[in-house]
Design a protein around this ligand. Structure first.
Ligand code: 5AD
Length: 467
């Protein structure tokens, strides 16, 4: 049977799509090649969010094509995912060695198309059409003995985004928002738990918009943060479809932890904040993309919230769950960003004290409104702001890591560390990586560790077992 090698660029949604494609191919009898050189099929699952990500995948494909021409002329080469979607046939026109271009609504057709290419029935395939119900097709999992993936799994709950932030290509690569049903998602989660999964991360481009068009909001009397029967009754809470989904997944016996990514700040209504306090399996961790601390820029970006609103969300979350880990994404050098705008981003970061922040230099994307906005910021200023902001957020992050020294934290052990097999790796509920001297018996366990020291974005711990 043919062998396949899949390389993934970009976000966790892409990782999940690649896993589903791999699982689909394995179910058809394919093997997973250890290296690209020996594979019959090499697929690059691509990212378009910044130019650099596209360049990387295109350079990789050029190299693959060069080697294949010399050593393995029958090797099938394919692009999957976001760049395949946004560039389509153009990718084959540029590099005729490419055999397959498969868009973001077509992952489930990979096996069928590869069959046709391998058997010589067809020479080239480009399929980037929209397909109804494709959001429900990312469902196969590869829990094939790789312990790491069998403890923690990703589940795709929705696809697409209707927010149309002016910098962002995602609405064009992933399409309109489409959500799976709660029953369908819960069934997949149950099956994963039955196969040994203990932590599930719900995934989508804008998960907080889950089910918006299909599932009605329901009113429910709120309770105090203990959530118990004796709780003080508060005014009715409007429970969004996303929080209804969290409730349904939370009810699965045997599941220990729930996470989700990525949300939009506007999705942090009182129902979601209350869910953090009410649902013990929902980990106290939130990745909330800020993008800018300047209201003027937030408006130009079409983000739909203000600096004050964002600060209000952080305050409410911290009131509900002190110690919640909060991370963010920020863009520097968006068109028209002045020194004053940038300083507002710096001051907001000082105020919030994010546990970690991912900083991106603005990258113009084709067909997005921001690419044609006046006052594009010169590259050297983007670099300089990137540097200044990184220095600030990394300093804050390091101090936050150091504050864990001497504390006891609960981790879910995922498996041996990639770099040092004698070490095991797990995550705290607030999503920090912890390394400790472990063994296979720790795998998949929830355990307490004492944090002894910190490294770069890592905590080092000692199992806290009472002898
Ligand atoms: N340029 C730079 N960064 C971008 N992002 C999205 N689009 C762009 C762009 N055109 C960043 C945002 C988003 C993260 C995934 O990527 O910060 O949250």
């Amino acid at each position: 049977m043919p062998s396949v090698f899949i390389k993934t660029y970009g976000c966790q949604m892409n990782e999940r799509d690649s896993e589903a494609v791999a699982a689909q191919l394995v179910a058809k009898g394919y093997t997973l090649a250890k290296t690209e050189g020996i594979a019959d099929v090499v697929l690059l699952n691509t990212c378009s969010v910044r130019d650099l990500a596209e360049q990387k995948a295109m350079n990789k494909m050029k190299n693959l094509a060069g080697t294949a021409r010399k050593d393995n002329p029958n090797q099938i080469l394919g692009y999957l995912g976001c760049m395949a979607q946004s560039r389509g046939k153009e990718l084959i026109d540029k590099l005729p060695d490419v055999d397959l271009v498969l868009g973001t609504q077509k992952f489930h057709r990979a096996a069928e198309y590869l069959d046709e290419l391998l058997s010589g029935k067809r020479e080239k395939i480009v399929d980037v059409e929209a397909e109804a119900k494709s959001e429900a097709t990312i469902r196969e999992h590869l829990l094939n003995g790789s312990a790491k993936t069998s403890v923690s799994a990703f589940v795709s709950i929705m696809q697409g985004c209707n927010q149309y932030c002016t910098f962002c290509i995602v609405p064009y690569t992933r399409g309109e928002e489409r959500s799976r049903t709660i029953d369908d998602i819960v069934a997949e989660c149950r099956e994963l738990v039955a196969r040994g999964v203990r932590e599930i991360t719900l995934l989508g481009q804008i998960v907080t918009s889950f089910g918006k068009r299909d599932i009605p909001v329901i009113g429910r009397a709120g309770t105090d943060s203990n959530g118990g029967a004796h709780g003080v009754t508060r005014p009715t809470l409007q429970i969004s479809p996303f929080v209804q989904l969290l409730d349904a997944v939370h009810a699965i016996d045997g599941l220990e932890r729930i996470r989700f990514t990525s949300p939009h700040p506007k999705g942090y209504g009182d129902d979601l904040v209350e869910a953090y306090a009410r649902l013990p399996k929902l980990c106290e961790s939130a990745h909330i993309p800020l993008q800018s601390g300047s209201d003027r820029l937030l408006k130009l970006m079409h983000r739909g919230y203000t600096r004050e609103k964002f600060l209000g969300i952080i305050q409410k979350l911290r009131a509900a769950k002190p110690g919640i880990g909060i991370t963010t994404d920020i863009i520097v050098g968006f068109p028209g960003e002045t020194e004053e705008d940038f300083e507002l981003t710096l001051s907001l970061c000082r105020e919030v004290q994010f546990d970690n922040a991912y900083i991106f230099k603005y990258s113009p994307r084709r067909d997005t409104p921001a690419a044609d906005m006046p006052d594009q910021v010169p590259q050297e200023i983007r670099e300089e702001r990137n540097h200044r902001l990184l220095e600030l957020v990394n300093g804050i992050a390091a101090r936050k890591y150091d504050a864990f020294i001497g504390q006891q934290v609960q981790i879910l052990v995922e498996g041996p560390s990639k770099k040092n097999k004698a070490r095991y790796t797990g995550r705290t509920r607030c999503n920090r990586i912890v390394l400790f001297e472990g063994s296979t018996r720790h795998q998949g366990q929830l355990m307490d560790v004492n944090i002894e020291r910190t490294g770069s974005f890592t905590l080092y711990g000692d199992p806290a077992i009472l002898e």
